[in-house]
Design a protein around this ligand. Structure first.
Ligand code: NDP
Length: 312
């Protein structure tokens, strides 16, 4: 059972599972949305677990947003994520779920740190103040995974994806993440004949993972990764790109040929968050990531075809 199954990550899992022979032949997947029940509410959460009786859970449902929303709504990001996570974890204990995989984020890592960041550093100092509500709520998933294991023997773990992009994202310009925001802005720039304006200097560096690649890796974690310790799911350090380069790839993917402008009056956020994928690479040396230009081209094509119905 996948909570938050209609979101960017859930849809990546669904797309990958639809192509995987083992999943098709031997597994049954249920993708939930908020319409199946509000996970902020324990009674509704329990009703979901009673209805579906899941053996395995991938927990994605969360209040998610970009830098600007995180800055503005710290209390809501903390409270809603704490409530959702508490309800889902406790139901996994009550209903004897065999394995729970939850989703952290690289935002959880300390602001002042050495690079590359790795899984041992989750609690090694305060997160960046811009997203501390979200980051502390996410850190508590890792704390509680260990508590549930120690006290109840639960098989809970978590993954830490870097920045994710793909079809079915939230393409909101004000409240969304960087790639979908860039795609939407580029689309409007082309349509209105206005410049394609990137917020900030374009110099921050990020690692981006395509949601279908993340889907493949999350199902592998569910099946085969049995440690309570989180695992970073990311492209390598050598594949880090600047926001400016990502914007240029978006412009190419959108076939935009107009002017590209950087609005340096807008905040940049953390300069870099370089994460090591050594733990993943030791276990999955074979895994091939989709090249970013290809993933972005597919995402841009999807947005062009679905701009009327896409979120945001
Ligand atoms: P989305 O915002 O795309 O999707 C969120 C999902 O959660 C939707 O299915 C939504 O349902 C559901 N949901 C939200 N609130 C509730 C609620 N109260 N009750 C039930 N369901 C709810 O999120 P993503 O796919 O981007 O993120 C998935 C996970 O990955 C999250 O835990 C997030 O923190 C993490 N993550 C995301 C990153 C990213 O770049 N996007 C980066 C790192 C981690 P509905 O469709 O009905 O609204």
């Amino acid at each position: 059972m996948v909570t938050g199954g209609t979101g960017l990550v859930g849809q990546g899992i669904e797309e990958w599972v639809s192509t995987d022979p083992t999943a098709q032949a031997e597994e049954e997947y249920i993708f939930l949305s908020s319409k199946d029940g509000n996970l902020l509410n324990m009674a509704e959460c329990r009703a979901i677990f009673e209805k579906h009786a899941p053996t395995h859970v991938i927990h994605l449902a969360a209040k998610v947003g970009g830098l600007f929303n995180n800055l503005k709504y710290k209390v809501e990001f903390y409270r809603e994520n704490m409530l959702i996570n508490d309800n889902v974890m406790e139901c996994c204990r009550i209903y004897k779920v065999q394995k729970l995989v939850s989703c952290l984020s690289t935002c959880v890592f300390p602001d002042k740190t050495t690079y590359p960041i790795d899984e041992t550093m989750v609690h090694a100092g305060p997160p960046h103040s811009s997203n501390e509500g979200y980051a502390y709520a996410k850190r508590m998933i890792d704390v509680m995974n260990r508590c549930y294991r120690d006290e109840y023997g639960c098989n809970f773990t978590s993954v830490i994806p870097t920045n994710i992009y793909g079809k079915h994202d939230n393409f909101s310009i004000d409240g969304g993440h960087v790639i979908p925001g860039l795609i939407h802005k580029c689309f409007l720039a082309e349509k209105n004949g206005t410049p394609f304006t990137i917020w900030g200097s374009g110099s921050p560096l990020r690692q981006f993972i395509y949601n279908v690649d993340l889907g493949a890796l999350m199902v592998w974690v569910l099946r085969s990764y049995d440690s309570v310790d989180p695992i970073i799911l990311s492209v390598g350090e050598e594949d880090e790109v600047s926001i400016a380069d990502a914007a240029r790839m978006v412009a190419k993917g959108m076939a935009y040929s107009g002017e590209v402008v950087f609005d340096t009056t807008k905040a940049d956020g953390q300069f870099k968050k370089t994460a090591s994928n050594a733990r993943l690479r030791a276990l999955r040396p074979d895994f091939k990531f989709t090249p970013m230009a290809q993933g972005l081209a597919e995402t841009c094509a999807w947005f062009k075809a679905n701009s009327a119905v896409a979120r945001g």
